[in-house]
Ligand binder design. Sequence first.
Ligand code: S6P
Ligand code: ZN
Length: 190
Amino acid sequence: MIDLPFSFTIPLPAVIPSRIDNHIKRTLSALKGQFLDEPAFNKMLLEEDKLIYEVYEIKRPEVEGELLMGISIVHPGKVGNEFFMTKGHFHSVIETSEIYYTLKGEGYMVMETPEGETSVEPLSPGKVLYVPPRWAHRSVCTSRQEDLVTFFAYPGNAGHDYGTIEKTGFRKLVVDGEKGPEIIDNPRIN
Ligand code: S6P
Ligand code: ZN
């Protein structure tokens, strides 16, 4: 049977979609090993397993030809001097891409390829970011008070590979420097 077209709204400025099939909440503990300042991470975790980011998903069959859409919300905050961020991943089907459209807040998309190329693109309201095939991606919120909110769409068959990037971490980190957000090399990678 053929699917019927459908629509939903993302009312601004609230940005919670009118249709939600799945709501993912990731707390600090899900990001273990990812932040550079481990003592700061452990101290923060002892106090509270804080909510770092959320994803509202619109479900579609996870097959080629479909598009998976949703809203990603990274809350403001830092672990040590590193801004709150998503875990980040390669797509399991690595030759698949993704589109992000920023609705609210400021931040960066930190990206890299398996060959070690890197790219860190600023995100701000109205900006469309294209993540080409083969690029791992992680969103980072650098707003002090506001959430970083993005709409995303990616192929239904893409899948998520978290393990590969988790082993070493991303090559670039976004930290709060003397003059504001700074992109630095990850010292854990030579
Ligand atoms: C999925 C897409 C986003 C992320 C979301 C959370 O391909 O890139 O929906 O899932 O931003 O990030 P992560 O790294 O925890 O999946
Ligand atoms: Zn993705």
